[in-house]
Design a protein around this ligand. Structure first.
Ligand SMILES: [Zn+2]
Length: 245
């Protein structure tokens, strides 16, 4: 395969009443020449950020590019820990993030401050080539400037790194979305992703394969919830493992 994609943190779409966990998928893409991140993870990963990269044999300084899907807090924290990266995002998303009056509440000034002086590449339309074999797919709806990234593998397979344009298998299956600024655009973006991809990495879920129009989750995205010391649940368990169907 031309591109190796390693999921550094598997996203999760569970939530609590009134509270979105914000556990977005964070991944490493390597083509033999470049070390590329898909988004930069949420604040909960911050303490282990360097350790997670080290487990892949990488220092933060060795990350060349970051493909940002959108500017929500759970996808763009930790940007300040990547001194040599060029950040790719859509012009529309950057304008939205800097529109203090109209931007949505999941965009935090503290998250975008490190971006102001960082190296940036702005994308505007479908099919823009970021690196050889990496192109853009504009997928608005969740936010106005959401962009998905397309990996063209050397065996002809097309992998779409969807970001929150497709947060999970449920949205892909139903075309019905939660937390979208424009549900009509979101539905069109979901359709576009399914039509484009052989394999999809959603913004808060594991890999989904598209087989004859069917969406088949590949698994390996069980979530283990661990509780703090002294706490047990369900009659004595100190953790719960959630397996998604
Ligand atoms: Zn989001």
């Amino acid at each position: 395969m031309r591109f190796k994609v390693t999921i550094l943190f598997a996203g999760f779409s569970g939530k609590l009443p009134y509270c979105a966990h914000g556990w977005g998928t964070w991944a490493l893409i390597q083509d033999g020449k470049h070390n590329i991140l898909l988004d930069t993870g949420g604040v909960g990963l911050r303490l282990n950020f360097y350790k997670i990269l080290e487990e892949q044999g990488l220092k933060a300084e060795e990350i060349d590019y970051v493909l940002l899907t959108h500017m929500h807090f759970d996808h763009v924290c930790n940007m300040d820990l990547l001194p040599n990266a060029t950040f790719v995002l859509s012009q529309k998303e950057w304008d939205h993030a800097n529109d203090m009056e109209n931007r949505d509440l999941f965009i935090q000034e503290s998250a975008i401050l490190p971006m102001r002086n960082a190296k940036k590449v702005f994308v505007k339309e479908d099919g823009q080539e970021i690196l050889p074999g990496v192109t853009t797919l504009m997928t608005p709806g969740h936010t106005p400037g959401c962009v998905s990234y397309v990996l063209h593998q050397d065996n002809g397979e097309v992998w779409v790194l969807a970001g929150d344009a497709a947060k999970n298998r449920g949205e892909l299956r139903t075309r019905d979305v939660q937390m979208s600024l424009n549900p009509v655009d979101s539905a069109a973006s979901l359709e576009k992703i399914v039509q484009t991809a052989d394999r999809i990495l959603p913004g808060h879920d594991g890999w989904i394969r598209v087989e004859d129009g069917h969406l088949v989750p590949e698994g390996d995205n069980d979530v283990k919830l661990e509780f703090a010391q002294g706490i047990t649940v369900n009659g004595g368990q100190t953790s719960i493992t959630i397996h998604m169907d």
